[in-house]
Design a protein around this ligand. Sequence first.
Ligand code: GH3
Ligand code: MG
Length: 321
Amino acid sequence: MFERWFETCGLDDCNIIEISNGETAWRKIQTIIDPLLILLDWTLPGMDGIELCKRIRADRPREFAYIIFFSGRTSPEDEALALVAGANDYIRKPPEPNVLKARIVNGYVDIKATVKLLRDRLTGAWQKAEIERRAEMLMERSKKMGRSLSIILVDVDKFKEVNDTYGHATGDEVLTTVTNRIRHILKITDEIGRYGRGDEFLIVVPHCDAKEILGLGKRIVQRVAKNPVHILKVTPELMKQSETEPTNGTTEEKTETTERKKINVIEIKVTVSVGVATIDPTKDSFSLKELIERADQALYGSKNGGRNRATSFHTVRRKRM
Ligand code: GH3
Ligand code: MG
């Protein structure tokens, strides 16, 4: 039923989940990382709408869950109760179709705006705080499921030189191309965000063990290095044009300067260094901070080993022992 309403609102790029039990809904919501638009009934088996609303709000800030109460209770007191519990909006049943549609679209626009703000404007990867939030959630989930989780730290090699040689704007283009190349080989369930000093990325790969993650790290290194980055540079080219015209029996040379656009393609060789680390919750109990620290040590190993390579934390540790 809800699905039909969402569709009539033109929100066909949403993943719609309909759950008729409060307890089940709460369990499901806890597993979803993306910001949510929630249409919530008051009366539900398992856990009522007010209790569910309070729990969601305690767990997620307003921008991560837009909650619309949809209820047959029409008194202002009930509406106030729902809003105090954390609802963003309250719609009485039966709804006036256009009002319902407009209010759902409002919630959707807010959620979309949140997602946009969480992304890095240049590369489209998550911003640092968001990739950390996602990593925490995915780590919690992997602990509950008893499955391995791996992370990759990627750092562009000698990126400062790119900026110094070609300028910051070209550096930006290189960074965007590198991100696209990496994203191309990631799965939809993998998460990538900008991290560290700006030329560094953190990738979270769920359900992936130590052996698999080193393979993925190596593929990233190869994919980035495979072809140089091509940058189009459009520069004005000043040309002297001369024409010879006979005037009063003499020859006068007229010279004028014209400007044409010259298109140059610059090829920039770019490589990345990668460090990978894994947590197996059936054996390990360290924190996300420690996991990132391990990947950072592995990345350091790649840089020290000559760059343009992937190293796993296990290898770094074995060498030290
Ligand atoms: P290394 O191989 O050791 O990583 O050398 P590096 O030159 O890449 O290392 P360093 O950390 O010194 O330089 C990173 C540079 O990335 C410095 C900073 O100006 C640049 N940078 C950070 N964010 C951006 C960005 O968004 N755009 C551009 N163009 N440059 C950025
Ligand atoms: Mg670098």
